[in-house]
Write a protein that binds this ligand. Sequence first.
Ligand SMILES: NC(=O)c1ccc[n+]([C@@H]2O[C@H](COP(=O)([O-])OP(=O)(O)OC[C@H]3O[C@@H](n4cnc5c(N)ncnc54)[C@H](OP(=O)(O)O)[C@@H]3O)[C@@H](O)[C@H]2O)c1
Length: 259
Amino acid sequence: MKTVLITGACINTGVAIVEKFASEGWNVVFTGRSDAKVKEALKGYKDKFPDADIKGYSLDSLLDDRTVDEKAVAELFSDLDEKGIFIDTLVLNAADQGLGITALKNPLTDFMRVINTNVVWNYCLSEYAARRMIKNGGGNIIFINSNTAYRAIPNRIAYSASKGGQLGMMRAMALDFGKYNIRVNAVLPGMIRTDRWEKDPEYYKNVPSRFTPLGDVACGSDIADAVWYFAAHARNTTGAELVVDGGNMIQLYPDLKRK
Ligand SMILES: NC(=O)c1ccc[n+]([C@@H]2O[C@H](COP(=O)([O-])OP(=O)(O)OC[C@H]3O[C@@H](n4cnc5c(N)ncnc54)[C@H](OP(=O)(O)O)[C@@H]3O)[C@@H](O)[C@H]2O)c1
């Protein structure tokens, strides 16, 4: 039986990824930041998948605005080691969205927080997972990246920088880890329908990135399907980027008149 570790999976896209792997019969380990949220999410998963082996851990990327909590990552992996759980596939979904961070107003620590979570912490998780994958003969690391790695959106400097950095890291890891039979790939969503969408439908109805060639944005299961492809099917694929954005990135500008 294979096991996947999915970060940031108490809400939104992470939930869809957990549900995809659980419905395919995998064991699932997921993380959220607070004990209460992890407990609540775990209850929901157990109700929906009573036969699946699903475990939740609370894990925050940061000790403070400047420091990644490596000790918490080490403790998570030693706990999994003690329980005899090997992570075949690591899905790096959690992210600091870095909303509204601008170079001219925010303190440097706001920028550092986003980079630390989206790049440094993911590096740390990948390192701990890869050490074990090497011993086990291989594995998979999958980044949930973003098309903002290539195309900027307003007031998201830290986020765009983090996603661009993450892609460089993904390719470099794919190169270094290939000889250990570890594949490293990235899914690049455009806009995804999340609870933020439900909370502010008027804003999302008019947001330019909604006007895609396909006329729609992704839902969580579209992202989960792309992750599943890398985890379960893409035997000869590493260092690859799978864009799931309704074609948003191929446009010079969105057709805002399109309903
Ligand atoms: N939503 C979009 O339109 C969109 C578009 C392109 C790419 N993406 C990417 O897709 C992925 C999922 O997006 P989403 O919108 O579903 O995410 P989300 O709703 O913002 O959820 C992010 C998750 O990351 C966790 N997280 C945030 N900061 C953290 C930290 N400092 N330490 C540990 N965990 C932390 C959150 O934990 P808590 O539950 O504890 O808050 C949450 O579970 C992300 O990588 C995002 O960058 C999203």
